[in-house]
Design a protein around this ligand. Structure first.
Ligand SMILES: [Zn+2]
Length: 122
């Protein structure tokens, strides 16, 4: 992860509260987390693209111990096609399912904002 741009505390969160994906202007692919060089074609002509914040659960697992008790760690595939390792919050773990629709919710932690996801009901 040595090419992560850590210049900004809220690196993955736009001022409008959207999750920022990396977008390559050369090959038009999106990637996450945003990088200075495209991981697909190695072009340095990369910018940012706001995610819709909507996705589906690709896989998940209940982890027994955390500072606040058990929590759900998951891979969520965003509508833009990239997958993100995250936590599922505001959910009953035994009611989660693969392919379940989820939406982005940023939570503030000590060092900034962290993108989590919660079940979507639309
Ligand atoms: Zn590219």
């Amino acid at each position: 992860m040595d090419d992560v741009d850590t210049s900004g505390q809220a690196e993955w969160r736009s001022s409008e509260g959207a999750l920022q994906l990396g977008h390559c202007r050369t090959c038009d692919q999106v990637h996450y987390y945003p990088r200075r060089v495209c991981p697909f074609c190695f072009s340095a002509d990369v910018g940012r693209k706001a995610s819709s914040g909507r996705g589906t659960i690709y896989s998940y697992s209940l982890t027994g111990r955390g500072p606040q008790g058990p929590y759900v760690i998951a891979y969520v595939t965003l509508e833009e096609g990239v997958s993100i390792l995250t936590n599922i919050v505001e959910a009953e773990p035994d009611r989660l399912a693969i392919d379940q629709r989820v939406e982005l919710i940023f939570q503030q932690v000590e060092n900034g904002w962290v993108p989590f996801f919660r079940p979507r009901h639309d």
